[in-house]
Design a protein around this ligand. Structure first.
Ligand SMILES: Nc1ncnc2c1ncn2[C@@H]1O[C@H](COP(=O)(O)OP(=O)(O)OP(=O)(O)O)[C@@H](O)[C@H]1O
Ligand SMILES: [Mg+2]
Length: 355
């Protein structure tokens, strides 16, 4: 097949510009497609400097050279910043922004997977709500959303509503908290496959397009790691702080240190409220006074001291927490020693909120 401006344009319609949620042609980013012998030229026009420009350029080169292997593309994609008429892309201020009445946005994070971030986030949300705070939680784990199951809301579907010509998503309300998760939009058990830039768009939509209303605090349950998704969230959302979860284990602690540094980085500077030590010790239900330090003792405390951060709470490893994750009734709603630990965490966090 020989390239023509029309076939090139058709191919480019497969490339998504995540910030606008449209393909790059529809979003008005592509201009001046020319085919000159074996060379394809085009211009990418952005209304403002766009961090995704390089990646989009690469995607264009990949898709065109796969379809037209003989064509010359590299070096022929020009990039231009030009403020276009509002019709091309509405300025960010006219997009619906559900965060305008949210007083605090806290990320619940850890460099490490499986340490209990979602468990801590969900129970903290419920415990804060029980203390009279207006709370929302956004599950930012778009590859493996676990929040819907943890609140027994796997079959819930958030409603959409139009207001002032803008589409909003109504969070699911349960246990006095407003919840949002990608898991509400996809059948459970199905793997989600996202291309890199789409993740940013999906998360942005999930958090900003939700009609949170007036909240004292919105918790963001982050996926494990310290990768691009995290940096995008940190740069896209006006975070007011972060809570970092760790187990006492030395291996977890090294990753957690990375997680803390991700927020303290001089280009980011998100306030870290402190560290939560999860699975601090094991207590069997039949011997509630006993503590077995399966993963070592005092590890998170030492890390907190080293990083000059408060240790916000120590949560025991108990069967009831594990069971509550499966039953969808957060343990913070119940009256057990583990619930008391989450209440303590909620008090410590509440004291740090700007309300
Ligand atoms: N204190 C605890 N006691 C007992 N079980 C726990 C405790 N904390 C977490 N768990 C269990 O450990 C598992 C992992 O917890 P969770 O999903 O909260 O971790 P996560 O850090 O969010 O994981 P991921 O990195 O995959 O997002 C779950 O089955 C949860 O029920
Ligand atoms: Mg999780």
């Amino acid at each position: 097949m020989e390239p023509t401006p029309a076939t090139v344009e058709q191919l480019l319609r497969n490339i998504l510009h995540p910030a606008s949620g449209k393909d790059i042609v529809t979003a008005g980013l592509v201009e001046n497609i020319r085919v000159d012998g074996k060379k394809i030229h085009l211009r990418l026009v952005f209304p403002q400097p766009d961090p995704l420009a390089a990646q989009l350029k690469k995607e264009i080169e990949t898709i065109l050279s796969a379809t037209f292997p003989d064509a010359g593309i590299k070096g022929n994609i020009m990039e231009l910043i030009r403020d276009k008429k509002p019709a091309a892309k509405p300025p960010a201020t006219t997009e619906y922004n559900g965060l305008t009445e949210v007083k605090n946005i806290l990320a619940v994070a850890s460099g490490k997977g499986g340490v209990g971030k979602s468990t801590v986030a969900v129970n903290l949300a419920v415990a804060l709500a029980a203390m009279g705070c207006r709370v929302g939680l956004a599950d930012a784990d778009i590859y493996g959303p676990s929040v819907p199951k943890m609140i027994a809301a796997e079959n819930e579907q958030p409603l959409m509503q139009q207001s002032g010509g803008k589409e909003q998503i109504l969070p699911v309300e349960r246990y006095g908290v407003k919840w949002m998760s990608v898991g509400f939009f996809v059948p459970s058990g199905q793997p989600l496959i996202w291309r890199g830039p789409m993740t940013t768009g999906a998360l942005r939509q999930l958090v900003r397009q939700a009609a949170w209303g007036a909240l004292d605090v919105l918790l963001i349950d982050l996926p494990p790691g310290t990768g691009d998704i995290h940096l995008n969230i940190i740069h896209e959302l006006p975070l007011t702080g972060a809570i970092v979860v760790s187990t006492p284990q030395a291996l977890a602690l090294a990753d957690v240190e990375k997680g803390v540094n991700m927020f303290l980085n001089k280009n980011v500077r998100v306030n870290v409220l402190g560290i939560v030590e999860n699975m601090a010790w094991f207590t069997p239900a039949e011997l509630p006074q006993n503590r077995y330090y399966l993963f070592g003792k005092g590890g998170a405390k030492a890390l907190a001291q080293k990083m000059r951060l408060p240790l916000l709470a120590q949560i025991p490893l108990v069967q009831s927490i594990c069971d509550s994750g499966d039953s969808g009734i957060p343990v913070a709603l119940l009256d057990t020693p583990a619930s008391a630990a989450f209440r303590q965490l909620a008090s410590a966090v509440k004291a740090d909120l700007r309300i």
